[in-house]
Design a protein around this ligand. Structure first.
Ligand code: UN1
Length: 512
């Protein structure tokens, strides 16, 4: 194994003061065939050039798939517990590198340091969990219906897998995909979001330093139109895992279906948090602020609708707005900042356009709504935390995913009413209820149509060892996290061993 291990020293060149990052294919750091590059800039201060990355095309995808295909022939035969040891070592290295990687992530993505440390931690947690799977990956062994016959099912890797990852969890989400794929014996090509490739470089370099052999994990950077399509259309790619928007998910799903590729889609959300009259209001306020404005509202799981029962509605809205106004917005590298910038200009423009839509629909804008400009905000994509109240659940701001710090507060009459509002949406990722009534909590756990439900906690904060994913337009039924990820990255093979020394006919021979 050691001789196969690449040592990444050639990954970075310097042009002037800017770092140029290359693709990582077959254990080598290589330039894109197109000769083109793109810039990665800090959304809190766009004068800060984080790095220059390769704008890859089909030829680069082909080279990466070839490498992954060759590497698969060896990697699939490495015993899973040994593969797991390498992944465990990677998780240990991530602990050592956590602070540096968190700082890089805040610089390229904007979210505050506390959260980027959490993002790296989520990758560490996933590494340890999936390393454990290397000694499990259980399958059923069942009695045969015939004598002297043995029956069992084993998990087998799929082959070359492609991962298309988003910018909002630049290391955690790649880890949700790479760790289970690798422990199961697959080889991988990852295409990071163009806004946050550095965190994927940091992650994959760590895997490589831990001993993942050449060709087993490859990075190809670039844009969806130029290299995303060739990647998901490539006949040697057996599985595609995407975390992204519902619109992109539809295209990826349709494309994969044509060649019967496995396809896992984690898409949009419009996550409701219900606050009932009997809730601990202080807890609900604190949770709502964290759920709505954590990560600048840029989580698939963000609390984007708060559905409040009439008895506490006035009080809740008043106090929520007071607190939202006081949130400290700024550069995430400053430890006192509570909310960072939007990821980029188009996202900020989307946020602002929804703020206009909300006003024109007649929702009450109680706080925020403007871009922050001048002074420390002069060179970033900052938006005020924005709260709409008296929102009707049919309004576009209550139906469509905004992916920004814009929250809609909707009044409701009862738990039943709240659940009807919560479920009246195309998405179904996360959901939450604040109540002290155990009967209501259990009714909500049963009736909220979503992949995740929290009781007395906001809609964000999933842990890596339970299934993560949603219903309806949030996905296509697969789950990341926990054993669901292993299910996605393996295929069942059922094995029958007949040691009777005679032909036994299933369903026909019926032993006494
Ligand atoms: C996402 O929202 O895109 O549950 C991922 C959470 C995080 C992961 C979120 N652990 O909020």
């Amino acid at each position: 194994m050691a001789t196969d291990t690449i040592r990444a020293t050639e990954d970075i060149a310097h042009i002037g003061k800017s770092r140029v990052y290359k693709n990582f294919i077959d254990g080598e750091w290589v330039e894109a065939s197109t000769g083109e590059t793109f810039e990665n800039r800090n959304p809190a201060d766009t004068r800060d050039l984080v790095g220059i990355f390769q704008k890859s095309g089909k030829a680069d995808v082909d080279a990466a798939v070839d490498a992954a295909k060759r590497a698969f022939q060896k990697w699939r035969l490495v015993p899973a517990p040994r593969r797991a040891e390498i992944l465990y070592r990677a998780a240990e290295l991530l602990i050592e590198r956590k602070e540096d990687f968190a700082r890089d992530m805040t610089r390229e993505m904007g979210k505050i340091l506390k959260e980027t440390r959490g993002d790296v931690q989520e990758a560490i947690d996933t590494g340890f969990y999936m390393a454990g799977e290397g000694r499990r990956m259980c399958g059923p062994t069942v009695p045969s219906e015939l004598p002297n016959k043995f029956a069992m099912a084993v998990r087998q890797p799929l082959g070359v897998c492609a991962m298309i990852t988003p910018w909002n969890f630049p290391m955690a989400i790649p880890s949700w995909k790479l760790f289970p794929a690798l422990v199961a014996g697959n080889t991988c090509i990852i295409k990071p979001a163009q806004d946050t490739p550095l965190s994927v470089f940091n992650f994959v370099r760590t895997l490589s330093d831990a001993g993942v052999p050449r060709g087993v994990v490859n990075i190809v950077t670039g844009f969806g139109s130029k290299m995303g399509a060739p990647l998901m259309e490539h006949p040697e790619v057996r599985a595609v895992s995407l975390t992204g928007s519902t619109d992109v998910g539809r295209i990826v799903g349709e494309t994969c279906a044509r060649s019967f590729k496995h396809c896992s889609l984690e898409l949009g959300g419009k996550n409701p948090m219900i606050v009932l009259d009997d809730a601990n209001l202080e807890l609900a306020l604190e949770g709502g602020l964290w759920g709505a404005f954590g990560t600048t509202g840029q989580r698939c799981t963000a609390t984007s609708r708060i559905i409040v029962q009439k008895g506490v509605y006035g009080d809740f809205v008043h106090q929520f707005v007071e607190r939202a106004r006081r949130l400290k917005v700024g550069n995430g590298l400053d430890e006192t900042t509570e909310m960072g910038p939007a990821i980029n200009k188009p996202q900020l423009e989307t946020d602002l356009s929804y703020i206009e839509i909300g006003q024109s629909e007649g929702a009450r804008l109680l706080c925020g709504g403007h871009r922050l400009e001048g002074g420390e905000y002069a060179n970033g994509w900052f938006l005020e935390p924005t709260v709409f109240a008296d929102v009707n659940s049919r309004m576009r701001i209550a139906q469509e995913e905004i992916f920004g710090p814009v929250v809609s507060i909707i009044p409701c009459d009862s738990l039943e009413d709240a659940i009807a509002i919560a479920n009246n949406i195309q998405y179904g990722l996360s959901s939450a209820v604040y109540t002290r009534d155990v009967n209501k909590a259990f009714a909500a756990m049963r009736d909220l149509h979503a992949g995740i439900t929290y009781i007395n906690a906001p809609t964000i904060g999933a842990e890596v060892h339970l299934p993560f994913g949603g219903v309806k337009a949030t996905g296509n039924g697969h789950r990341e996290g926990g054993i669901g990820a292993i299910d996605f990255y393996t295929e069942w093979k059922s094995i029958y061993v007949d040691y009777s020394d005679r032909l036994q006919k299933a369903q026909i021979d019926r032993p006494e």
